[in-house]
Ligand binder design. Structure first.
Ligand code: PBG
Ligand code: ZN
Length: 319
């Protein structure tokens, strides 16, 4: 057998390709800030911007032209407190952004539901007296935030806090309020990762003390990730997110092999910025982006949340 017979021809290589990417595989993250007339590049994330609500339209039109059909929103409030009240404020930054986008476009709007951008201590929930994040108090807030996003018009709710039972709680509250048609995209296997560094600058969400290891997963573990996924599916999650992606391709593959679900991989900020800086320095070709994203798809992800979505859309169009 000569394996090179097929590799010899460009057409045969194309025809025998096992994995491909489509623009519609991508979900593009957007960071929204208070103020007017703002489109400001985020220092830790080249070519990614903070947008004020009035500047979203231009960006959404660009995404539509590129064929990108879904966004996930992150908000930076101008007020933070111990209970993250900006997160469920009817006139909070996300609520305003969702209303604006749904007014001008039918692009799918997914909202990240968490508290770390809105709490003055930067943790993803409500602290008890000892400074520990209280699970059961937090999920009441998480559900309240989810409901306020749904009321603003969000199409999909994506909780990223990693509290236990939050999917069930959100499902209950949405259903009670006639939002039983809104799907939940759960960050189920979210690891306590160093790859979130640039995002925490971008979203101003770094914890003021300690770390997130009491709620996000320990990256030594893979069986435990399956357990998390299984619990979230029992709680009726419609989509499962594995996050980060590139150092976690084995997790993506195991989830893919073990569960019949809509699997999403989050190609996170650290993965993005490392590649962008390496390209800038001339260390690697920009084709490394496509190669990495193919790797995520090959591992078993159906959809990819990625800051590279626009560059990929341009590349895929050009082919
Ligand atoms: C909020 C949240 C984080 C990310 C998505 N939602 C940061 C964190 O958990 O600290 C990370 C995304 C990225 O790095 O691109 N909980
Ligand atoms: Zn958080």
């Amino acid at each position: 057998m000569r394996m090179r017979r097929i590799r010899n021809s460009k057409i045969l290589r194309e025809m025998t390709k096992e994995t491909s990417l489509r623009v519609s595989d991508f979900i593009y993250p957007l960071f929204v800030v208070e103020g007017v007339g703002i489109k400001k590049e985020i220092p830790s994330m080249p070519e990614i911007y903070h947008f004020s609500v009035d500047k979203l339209e231009e960006e959404i039109r660009e995404l539509e032209e590129l064929g990108i059909r879904a966004v996930i929103l992150f908000g930076l409030p101008d007020h933070k407190d111990s209970h993250g009240s900006g997160a469920y404020d009817e006139n909070g930054i996300i609520q305003k952004a969702v209303r604006k986008i749904k007014e001008i476009s039918d692009i799918l709007v997914i909202t990240d539901v968490c508290m770390c951008e809105y709490t003055d201590h930067g943790h993803c929930g409500i602290l008890d007296n000892s400074g520990n994040v209280n699970n059961d108090k937090t999920i009441d807030y998480i559900a309240k935030i989810a409901l306020s996003h749904a009321k603003a018009g969000a199409d999909v709710i994506a909780p990223s806090d990693m509290m236990d039972f939050r999917v069930r709680k959100i499902r209950e509250v949405l259903d009670e309020n006639s939002y039983d048609h809104i799907p939940i995209m759960a960050y189920s296997a979210k690891f306590a990762s160093n790859y979130y560094g640039p995002f925490r600058d971008a979203a101003d969400s770094a914890p003021a003390f300690g770390d997130r290891k009491t709620y996000q997963m320990d990256y030594h573990n893979s069986d435990e990730a399956l357990r998390e996924v299984s619990l979230d599916l029992d709680e009726d999650a419609d989509f499962i997110i594995v996050k980060p992606a590139l150092a976690y391709l084995d997790i993506i593959r195991r989830v893919k092999d073990n569960f019949n679900t809509n699997l999403v991989a989050y190609n996170v900020s650290g993965e993005y910025s490392m590649v962008k800086y390496a390209i800038k320095e001339g260390l690697v070709s920009e084709d490394i982006i496509y190669e990495s994203l193919i790797g995520i798809k090959r591992a078993g992800a159906k959809m990819i949340i990625s800051y590279h979505a626009k560059e990929m859309a341009r590349k895929l169009k050009g082919e």
